[in-house]
Design a protein around this ligand. Structure first.
Ligand SMILES: CC1=C(CCC(=O)O)c2cc3nc(cc4[nH]c(cc5[nH]c(cc1n2)c(C)c5CCC(=O)O)c(CCC(=O)O)c4C)C(CCC(=O)O)=C3C
Ligand SMILES: [Fe+2]
Length: 375
């Protein structure tokens, strides 16, 4: 067990997230930031913009990150862990480069990053590492003395991530009408990505059908389904499904889509479905629109009873998990032998993304990995 009070050599934690618009005027500039150089069809952009306008142009993601910051600061304070927490985003204010500049001015020299994505993939891991490299390059150009930046390992299989979601599925099952409850299927949902990105996700040795991305999600789904069986005595059939696809139709992305899956389950006579959005850390727009609006409409149209279970958000168990991950990593950096905490069959993920992990279509510098151009 690492020393719970010792974060050294780290002197700051950086919460790194996606960012989202906070009003109608922000929506188009936000989408321009998201899609810069990514070749997303205009039709899809207009559609996604309309999702944000449906909610007053406000994404809930920023408030959810503020709540997570509060939970982390409270958790650290309660455990006497003296580690300041900062927040920066890829696509919206507070922008990562501004936050990193503030950190350097505050004298932070060893920074540990927590990304709001629990799994391996280009979008959830390497792209954040590219964002860190871009921010470091910008600060270097300003003549600042660069800090060392590391990134926490993928936490998909940490009990503090899995257990709150298992509780959420149990709560959703309990909310279903009693006559359909035991027959309910569980649809574990995550962001669809191109199959080519899935197949090359994770370290090179994990590459293969679906890569680390699919394997990690399947492990979490199985853990939750097992926990539910243990607590209810009912073996609910389950499947991993996908949502929020955005690419051109001729490029293969992970399937089935959640709405097609609901139709298929309904046609097969399944009496109810719980959708568990295990791919997401909080109830941001992909959850609010693609599941709570679109999939909920589909279920209503089919007359299929459906509940959507909770993401971890600012659950105290998730904040505690982050504290444990930080002190574990700090101990490792100090050269101590530790037994990393994890559930399931895949083991603890790597601390340092190896060369070739989650490759980009066009290679770009990425920090906080074995191929980082920064120390
Ligand atoms: C794996 C993954 C996660 C989970 C991991 C993580 O959390 O990082 C995630 C999260 C998020 N994605 C988000 C928003 C968007 N993602 C887009 C586009 C894309 N996402 C992709 C993947 C992922 N995305 C991909 C392969 C694309 C195609 C373009 C590309 O190759 O980059 C687009 C463009 C329009 C569209 O195509 O939908 C938007 C607006 C928001 C903010 C929500 C809010 O505002 O509340 C969040 C948290
Ligand atoms: Fe990675």
């Amino acid at each position: 067990m690492p020393d719970l009070l010792d974060a050294s050599p780290y002197d700051a934690l950086l919460l790194l997230s996606f960012g989202g618009p906070e009003g109608p005027d922000d929506v188009v500039p936000f989408l321009e930031n998201v899609t810069r150089g990514r070749g997303i069809p205009t039709e899809r952009l207009k559609e996604v913009g309309s999702h944000y306008f449906l909610f007053g142009g406000v994404s809930p993601i920023n408030d959810q990150n503020r709540a997570l910051l509060d939970a982390l600061r409270k958790e650290f304070a309660e455990h006497g862990l003296d580690l300041p927490v900062y927040w920066g985003n890829r696509n919206w204010d507070p922008y990562l480069t501004d936050t990193l500049r503030e950190m350097v001015r505050d004298g932070r020299r060893r920074i540990l990053t927590l990304a709001t994505s629990a799994y391996a993939s280009y979008s959830g891991c390497r792209q954040y590492r590219e964002n860190l490299a871009d921010a470091l390059a910008a600060l270097e150009a300003e003549g600042l003395d660069l800090p060392r930046v590391d990134k926490l390992r993928h936490y998909f299989n940490h009990p503090g991530f899995v257990e709150p979601m298992a509780d959420g599925v149990l709560r959703s099952l309990a909310e279903l009408p009693e006559e359909v409850r035991d027959g309910a299927h569980i649809a574990f949902s995550t962001h669809s990505i191109p199959t080519s990105a899935a197949d090359t996700s994770g370290p090179v040795e994990d590459h293969g059908d679906g890569g680390a991305y699919v394997r990690q999600h399947l492990d979490v789904a199985r853990l939750i389904a097992d926990a539910v069986r243990e607590r209810t005595g009912v073996d609910h059939p389950w499947q991993l499904v996908y949502q929020s696809r955005s690419g051109a139709p001729h490029i293969p992305w992970l399937e089935p889509d959640i709405c097609d899956h609901l139709e298929e389950r309904h046609a097969a006579g399944v009496p109810a479905v719980v959708i568990a959005p295990i791919g997401f850390v909080s109830d941001h727009m992909e959850v609010l629109y693609d599941l709570d609006t679109e999939a909920a409409d589909k279920a209503r149209e089919l007359g299929l009873p459906m509940r959507r279970s909770a993401t971890v958000g600012d659950d105290p168990r998730f904040a505690a998990a982050i504290r444990e991950l930080v002190t574990e990593r700090a101990a490792t950096e100090r050269g101590q032998e530790i037994a990393p905490c994890f559930l399931g069959s895949l083991g603890a993920s790597h601390d340092l993304c190896p060369v070739g992990c989650c490759p980009a279509r066009a290679p770009r510098p990425a920090a906080a990995g074995a191929d980082s151009p920064y120390a």
